[in-house]
Design a binder for this molecule. Structure first.
Ligand code: C2E
Ligand code: CA
Ligand code: CA
Ligand code: CA
Length: 279
C-alpha cells in the first residue's frame, strides 16, 4: 500500500512539474510573440436592436501563430494574466484599437464605437487612465467612441480605489461597460455608485432565452434593472432570430453575436461596414 501511495505521489509530482514547465514555455512564447508582432485584433459587430444599425465593435485579441495558426484568447490570456504579460499586451490592445478606429475614421467610417477588454491586472496594478489618455491623444480619436469593458470582480475588489479609478477614466470621456454581467459575485449596489454606462448581458443568459421561462425571467430582470438605473444594455452571444426577438421585446438596446457577425479581421470588418444592410 505504501509503495502504491508513493507511486501515485510521484505521478502527481511529474504531472505538476510538467504543467509548470508547459506554463513557463507558454509564458516565454507569449513574450516572444509580443515582440514579433504576432498578436492581432479581430472586431465583432454590435448593432442597435431597434434599427439594426451598426453602432460599434468589440476588439478581441487573437494570436496568429506561424505554425499553429489562430490561437484564441482563452488559451493565453490566463497565463498572460498570471505572469503579468497582460500589462504590455493590454497596452498594445488599447493603442492598436484606438489607432484602428482612427484609420476607419480617416476612411470615412465614422461614429463607430470600439469596445476594449480591460484585464483585472491592468485595472489594479497600473496607471490605466494615463495609458488610455495616451492612446486617445496619440490616435486623435473621439474618446466617447471608446468603451472600456470591465468585469464585476474588478469592481468588487476595493471600494474607494475602484471608485477613484472609474472616475478618472470617466473624466477622459470614455464610456464604461460591465462585461459578463450576472456571472460574477455581484453586489448590485455598485451599479448605482459607479459611473458605468452599459451592462453587457452574458451569453449564458442569452442562451437560456429560448429554452424556458426561467431564462426569459432573468434576462428581463437584468434589462429592467439596468434601465431603471439609466444604463444601456447589450446582449452578448446572440445566435438566433428568436433570441433577438425576445431581447427586443424586453427592450434590450443592442446585440452582438454570430447572428450579426463573428469577430472579423480588420479587412473583413472593413468590408462588413460597407456591405452590411440594416433591415
Ligand atoms: P468576452 O469579452 O466575453 O468576449 C466575448 C466572447 O464571446 C468572444 O470570445 C467572442 O468571440 C465570443 N462570441 C461572440 N459572439 C458569440 C456567439 O454568438 N456565440 C458564441 N458561442 N460565442 C460568441 P473570444 O474572442 O474567444 O474571447 C474570449 C475572452 O477572452 C473574452 O471574453 C475576453 O474575456 C478575453 N479577451 C479577448 N480579447 C481580449 C483583450 O484584448 N484583452 C483582455 N484582457 N481580454 C480579452
Ligand atoms: Ca468583452
Ligand atoms: Ca463578455
Ligand atoms: Ca465571457
Amino acid at each position: 500500500v505504501k509503495r502504491r501511495t508513493d507511486e501515485r505521489l510521484g505521478f502527481f509530482d511529474a504531472a505538476m512539474s510538467y504543467a509548470v514547465t508547459e506554463r513557463l514555455t507558454l509564458e516565454r512564447s507569449i513574450k516572444d510573440a509580443l515582440k514579433a508582432g504576432q498578436f492581432e485584433l479581430f472586431y465583432q459587430p454590435q448593432v442597435n436592436l431597434k434599427t439594426y444599425a451598426l453602432v460599434g465593435a468589440e476588439a478581441l485579441i487573437r494570436w496568429r501563430h506561424p505554425e499553429l495558426g489562430i490561437i484564441s484568447p482563452d488559451k493565453f490570456i490566463p497565463v498572460a494574466e498570471e505572469s503579468g504579460l497582460i500589462v504590455p499586451m493590454g497596452t498594445w490592445v488599447l493603442r492598436t484599437a484606438c489607432r484602428q478606429l482612427r484609420i476607419w475614421n480617416d476612411m470615412g467610417i465614422r461614429g463607430l464605437r470600439i469596445g476594449i477588454n480591460v484585464s483585472g491586472r491592468q485595472f489594479h496594478e497600473h496607471d490605466l487612465p494615463d495609458l488610455v489618455a495616451d492612446a486617445i491623444s496619440e490616435s486623435g480619436v473621439n474618446p466617447t467612441h471608446i468603451d472600456l469593458e470591465l468585469t464585476e470582480s474588478m469592481l468588487m475588489a476595493d471600494g474607494e480605489g475602484t471608485l477613484k479609478m472609474l472616475r478618472a477614466l470617466a473624466k477622459l470621456g470614455v464610456t464604461l461597460s460591465i462585461d459578463d454581467f450576472g456571472t460574477g459575485y455581484s453586489s448590485l449596489a455598485y451599479l448605482k455608485r459607479f459611473p458605468i454606462n452599459t451592462v453587457k448581458i452574458d451569453r449564458a443568459f442569452v442562451k437560456d432565452l429560448d429554452q424556458d421561462e426561467d431564462g426569459r425571467v432573468i434576462a428581463n430582470a437584468i434589462i429592467s434593472l439596468a434601465h431603471s438605473l439609466s444604463l444601456k444594455t447589450i446582449a452578448e452571444g446572440v445566435e438566433t432570430e428568436a433570441q433577438a426577438a425576445l431581447l427586443a421585446r424586453h427592450g434590450c438596446d443592442e446585440i452582438q453575436g454570430y447572428m450579426i457577425g463573428r469577430p472579423l479581421t480588420v479587412a473583413d470588418f472593413t468590408a462588413f461596414t460597407s456591405s452590411y444592410i440594416a433591415r
